[in-house]
Write a protein that binds this ligand. Structure first.
Ligand code: FES
Length: 181
């Protein structure tokens, strides 16, 4: 079973908070605006740039706020609701600030049978996150469960930011975390 982040975190690594004035990503003349405009020329429909546009926002801000959804929607001629539908569909997009190391553990049935639930417990304990979707007090980690990561033969696979770690067991978790320091 998969769960998305369950609650807003307290210690983000992204720069924006909901109570701060939103600073647009795609300001006129900025490198990001240029990058997005260049991308638009490659597709017959600029909506096709939504996924990479969201990546740009997440790379720059660490997460995708409602304001950011509005901004990219305006850039691509779609509504904020349309953008939100896309953002909420994919677990790879963060709807609130997350830790520096975003840890996704596959808990779909084959991995669950191989002990993925114990791997999740070990990450929650050793990171200090305590609960799925919450960020550790030091702001370093957020742990979530996800559906199949496409590495079923290497249970339990874990994705940490852009990297895969395979054959993870609860015993290996402390060493994996030390490697992230
Ligand atoms: S079921 Fe876990 S990676 Fe496929």
């Amino acid at each position: 079973m998969s769960h998305g982040p369950s609650a807003p975190s307290a210690a983000p690594h992204g720069q924006s908070h909901d109570h701060e004035p939103y600073q647009p990503v795609f300001t006129p003349g900025s490198a990001r605006k240029q990058e997005l405009d260049d991308l638009k020329t490659r597709y017959p429909d600029k909506r096709a740039c939504l996924l990479p546009g969201l990546w740009m926002i997440q790379q720059d801000r660490g997460w995708i706020s409602e304001d950011a959804m509005r901004e990219i929607g305006e850039q691509l001629g779609v509504t904020a609701a349309y953008v939100k539908g896309v953002v909420t569909f994919y677990t790879m997009y963060h709807q609130h600030p997350v830790g520096q190391h975003f840890i996704q553990v596959c808990t779909t049935s084959p991995c669950l049978c191989a002990g993925a639930d114990k791997v999740v417990e070990a990450f929650l304990e050793h990171t200090g996150c305590k609960e799925l979707g919450l960020t550790s007090p030091d702001g370093k980690y957020t742990v979530i469960e996800v559906e199949c990561l496409g590495a079923c033969g290497f249970a339990t696979p874990v994705q940490i930011n852009e990297d895969y770690v395979e054959n993870v067991t609860p015993e290996k978790v402390p060493e994996i975390l030390r490697g992230l320091q």
